[in-house]
Design a protein around this ligand. Structure first.
Ligand code: ADP
Length: 343
């Protein structure tokens, strides 16, 4: 039987996330193409008796990067260490992970784009030749020793491949992009997880929660938990369509699944910046949130839903975006030079 790998939970994940996180790749819903490609690479690595090539996952938050990264070692029967790019500030922070890595084990670095440059460069020979160069002492007494590592697999996850340097990106044998999930896939996740949470749910309620989850399994799970709590507190514990709708309205989640922060972003562009174009920093500043939060978390789904578009001059609300807010677009196409319309 495969050895149960040692897994440290990723720091960012809420505790409860672990209850619903699939344990094996075959338990994951959707992302079939990524799944098939990984299966081929895993099968081949096992047959060859060699480590799996390094893999990079990219895509918006909550789509399954960590889930894939933690299922792969279980499928391989390998051990796994988890690090976060944000906490790797100097090569010395990475050394214990590299020297502890067992043969054919997995080292998962979440938010790999946040690693410091020096750490990134230190990682290159580790990824390529399974060795690191350690400098001992300093000044004239400094000497470099070359230390070999056990062949391991690096799995990186990032919300933004654009921020990764080309030399780092190219050292990953596979780069897998995770896209938003279909309504059917999310409904399936909701149905499966309602069983795990031991709550009864109708198919139409599962579809309703799926439709209001912005294509994201993590949100589908969060919304399912909230609807369950609401059903227990305000109804007889069963999730009917009325219960699901009432619970989601109370959460401020609208028909498209947008939450108050998403709408605030759209409203800020519509009202303060007359529909745009406007730089994301200006929007972030007005909303009092970090630009990174908007770029990583808020914008991907809004862009994909064509409520907003990116132009060389900044973000711009589309007619669909105005329509969703119940507003009319500024006359003349709303290129921001038309004067105040919502005064
Ligand atoms: P990311 O690392 O991309 O931010 P996670 O892998 O942490 O996202 O996914 C968030 C949660 O969504 C997981 O805990 C899991 O419960 C659920 N999830 C993600 N992908 C899937 C999937 N393919 N099938 C079922 N549940 C999933």
């Amino acid at each position: 039987m495969a050895r149960e790998p040692i897994l440290q939970p990723p720091m960012e994940s809420p505790e409860e996330d672990r209850d619903l996180r699939p344990q094996r790749m075959r338990d994951m819903v959707g992302q079939r193409e990524v799944y098939e490609r990984l299966q081929i690479a895993i099968t081949s690595a096992v047959k060859r008796g060699e480590p799996l090539g390094h893999i990079l996952f990219d895509g918006p938050p909550g789509l399954g990067k960590t889930t894939f990264a933690t299922c792969i070692p279980r499928d391989l029967g390998a051990s796994c260490q988890i690090a976060s790019g944000a906490t790797l500030k100097a090569p010395k922070d990475l050394i214990p992970y590299l020297t502890n890595a067992e043969e054919r084990s997995i080292l998962f670095i979440d938010e790999i784009h946040r690693m410091q440059k020096a750490v990134e460069e230190f990682l290159y020979p580790a990824m390529e030749d399974f060795r690191i160069d350690l400098t001992l002492g300093d000044g004239v007494n400094a000497r470099t020793i070359n230390m070999s590592l056990k062949p391991f697999t690096l799995i990186g996850a990032t919300t933004r491949t654009g921020l990764l340097s080309a030399p780092l990106r190219d050292r990953f044998q596979m780069q897998q992009h995770l896209d938003f999930y279909s309504l059917e896939e999310l409904a399936e996740i909701v149905r499966r997880n309602s069983k795990k949470l031991q709550v009864s749910i109708t198919d139409e309620s599962a579809a309703e929660i799926a439709a209001r989850s912005r294509g994201t399994p993590r949100l589908a799970n969060n919304r399912l938990r909230w609807v369950r709590d609401y059903a227990i507190t305000k109804a007889d514990g069963r999730i009917t369509l009325t219960v699901a709708r009432d619970a989601l309205v109370m959460l401020g989640v609208d028909q498209l699944g947008l939450d108050p922060q998403d709408r605030k972003y759209l409203i800020t562009i519509a009202r303060v910046f007359e529909g745009g174009p406007v730089g994301v920093e200006a929007v972030a500043h007005t909303m009092n949130v970090a630009p990174d939060t908007l770029v990583d978390e808020t914008e991907p789904f809004l862009l994909r839903s064509e409520l907003v578009i990116r132009t060389p001059r900044g973000r711009k609300l589309t007619p669909k975006g105005f329509d969703h807010l119940g507003l009319s677009p500024p006359e003349g196409g709303g290129d921001g030079d038309q004067g105040l319309l919502f005064s």
